[in-house]
Design a protein around this ligand. Sequence first.
Ligand SMILES: Nc1ncnc2c1ncn2[C@@H]1O[C@H](COP(=O)(O)OP(=O)(O)OP(=O)(O)O)[C@@H](O)[C@H]1O
Length: 353
Amino acid sequence: MHDEQVTDFEPADETALSALPHSGEHEVETTLRPRKLAEFIGQPRVREQLELVLASARKRGVPPDHVLLSGPPGLGKTSLAMIIAAELDATLRVTSGPALERAGDLAAMLSNLAEGDVLFIDEIHRIARPAEEMLYLAMEDFRVDVVVGKGPGATSIPLEIAPFTLVGATTRSGSLTGPLRDRFGFTGQMEFYHPEELELVVGRAATILDITVDEDAGAEIARRSRGTPRIANRLLRRVRDYAEVRANGEASKEVVRAALEVYDVDELGLDRLDRAVLSALVRSFGGGPVGVSTLAVAVGEEPSTVEEVCEPYLVRAGMLARTPRGRVATATAWEHLGLRPPAGTAAEPSLFD
Ligand SMILES: Nc1ncnc2c1ncn2[C@@H]1O[C@H](COP(=O)(O)OP(=O)(O)OP(=O)(O)O)[C@@H](O)[C@H]1O
């Protein structure tokens, strides 16, 4: 990941590496990251808002306000954090909520920041409480109180830290405590991408990776990417593999269909786990309502995976509804599984309408 194209990127510690997507094709993923705001496709609202925040800070010669990026995995939060640092000509330091178990870990990291650095904390909702409390003061006053000793003899030593910008990323902004959320000057809510935007993502990645995909093939990959650029890039690489081995390197729409069948990605882009969730909901629980924990046990997954990875897209695609009594399958879900919905099953607006 630490390739020469990302000279301003310094993982702050070993665990920081886990803050970034892990895959065997990590380097390819790094190559595909947009480097400038202008190269960042989609998310027009977040882009415009960020442009203003950054331009105004540059004009005033001060580090911009702290930024919170919220949304499902793979929509470009890490890429945006890198772009923020690049646009500011600043050094990016990376860590993650789970890596900040003790307040001391955070204190060490904060005291090593130079003026204007951008500190990226991925999965910030998972930060431990003592570290979170230290972060309040750091974000507001650029100061931390380091507690030395234990019990009645403990003393608190105030430590100045250099003015910096915190970029936090979260897949669950609802899990953030109020005081932490309030200390961010700007929250960018990332949305699923439209198929036309993902076509541009696929086209850009195909050019960088030197893969030939015709227009129809690009559109087909985009349509099956669950509204997510990371998935679009991954499917493109799987299509490339298939085309190279079985289709003379040419990626047509038929090749995309054949390749994605091998990889269990259906026409709407749902993968094996998405379909397992829908199938359990419909077949085992009669369409719901059912609690997310019960649903997770039925598919052998962690509730957080079902909640953070599967559900946002199933909701967006109009197949699943979250109700106060539990998860409910919509008419579209029943039909997608080739079943007739029971009378009175709700239909939800879908990304595909
Ligand atoms: N707007 C975009 N334009 C082009 N490519 C993008 C865009 N957003 C994301 N990507 C691509 O998708 C991949 C995943 O993006 P990124 O790692 O930034 O997502 P993320 O939201 O931080 O995910 P996670 O929180 O799971 O780490 C990147 O490698 C990048 O190539």
